[in-house]
Design a protein around this ligand. Structure first.
Ligand code: FE2
Length: 306
């Protein structure tokens, strides 16, 4: 078994891997079978002292199963406990951002498709879910939230099913470039150094590098690249101006900032929805955001004009 075909798993979560073979890596670098699939052992009670692995192809199959099982249960869980349903989505999302496995990233279409179906079946629940603030900040919650807002907004604007999926995928994958950035920098509470800021501001570029390697719809690429650009040229990474920024990039910039403002972060408190819109409107007046799109987005969610 070759190392690049293996994936390091979280040893505390072995119960998730009962249906596949689990391996360990010997001192000689060779992989040996640790627990065969469908073993009678209760994996959740095993506490191994060595790092364990599964085959990447097996992991992909499992992820598909988890999406099918978990995402379809989101409504039932929501009724039981809204935080639980979001936590499950968080767990699913986490698997897409654990490494740069192209085939896993490509599978995010499957997750978004399922979410779009959920929006068609249960629009009220799904809308409430996107507004449910996460207790702890994490990139995964942010990706889930931005995906939900994008699908909801597209749906309320009567877009086609294909456009809903593209909107959701753009939201889910917009920060994919951050998987190439050290988590210590991403979660740093103290003021960032100049070089750390430069590193973070490179994430849209890193993101498109990853996505260009994947079988992913071309329409997503530009929006991922441009989600931190601002109409007055003050954004990054390229400092583009309004005339070269499309509607979808302008919208994602607003949704991304809205979720950042309304979420708790290690270095800041969350704003209320109304205060977040007020802050965005002030920025739009200064020429950063598209005020027409901002008003449409706000009207969709609060039902009144800003
Ligand atoms: Fe970003």
């Amino acid at each position: 078994m070759q190392a690049d075909k293996m994936f390091e798993i979280d040893n505390s979560n072995l119960g998730e891997y009962t249906e596949v073979d689990i391996y360990f890596c010997g001192k000689n670098g060779k992989f040996g079978l640790f627990i065969p699939k469908n073993s009678e052992n209760d994996l959740s009670s095993i506490n191994p002292d060595k790092q364990l692995y599964v085959n990447r192809e097996d992991r992909l199959t499992l992820i598909k199963k988890w999406i099918k099982r978990d995402v379809n249960n989101v409504k039932a869980w929501y009724e039981e406990d809204p935080n639980k349903s979001k936590a499950y989505l968080f767990q699913v999302a986490k698997h897409f951002f654990m490494d740069k496995d192209k085939s896993i990233i490509e599978e995010s279409k499957y997750l978004v498709n399922t979410m779009v179906l959920m929006f068609e079946k249960y629009p009220d629940t799904m809308e409430k879910l996107s507004f449910l603030p996460a207790k702890d900040f994490s990139l995964h919650y942010h990706n889930i939230n931005v995906m939900l807002y994008c699908i909801d907004f597209a749906k309320k604007n009567k877009r086609t099913k294909d456009e809903l999926v593209i909107a959701g995928l753009t939201g889910f994958l917009h920060d994919i470039g951050k998987i190439d950035i050290d988590e210590e920098i991403l979660m740093k509470v103290d003021t960032l150094t100049k070089s750390e800021i430069t590193t973070i501001q490179n994430h849209p570029r890193l993101g498109i590098r990853i996505l260009k390697d994947c079988k992913i719809d071309e329409r997503i690429i530009d929006v991922v690249w441009e989600h931190h650009e601002r109409l007055d040229g003050s954004g990054y990474p390229r400092g583009k101006f309004a005339e070269s920024l499309g509607m979808h990039s302008r919208l994602l910039a607003i949704i991304d900032s809205f979720d950042a403002l309304t979420s708790e972060r290690p270095y800041k408190k969350r704003l209320s929805i109304m205060n977040a819109f007020k802050s965005l409107m002030e920025e739009a007046d200064r020429g950063k955001y598209d005020s027409m799109i901002l008003k449409q987005f706000a009207k969709c969610f609060i039902g009144t004009n800003l």
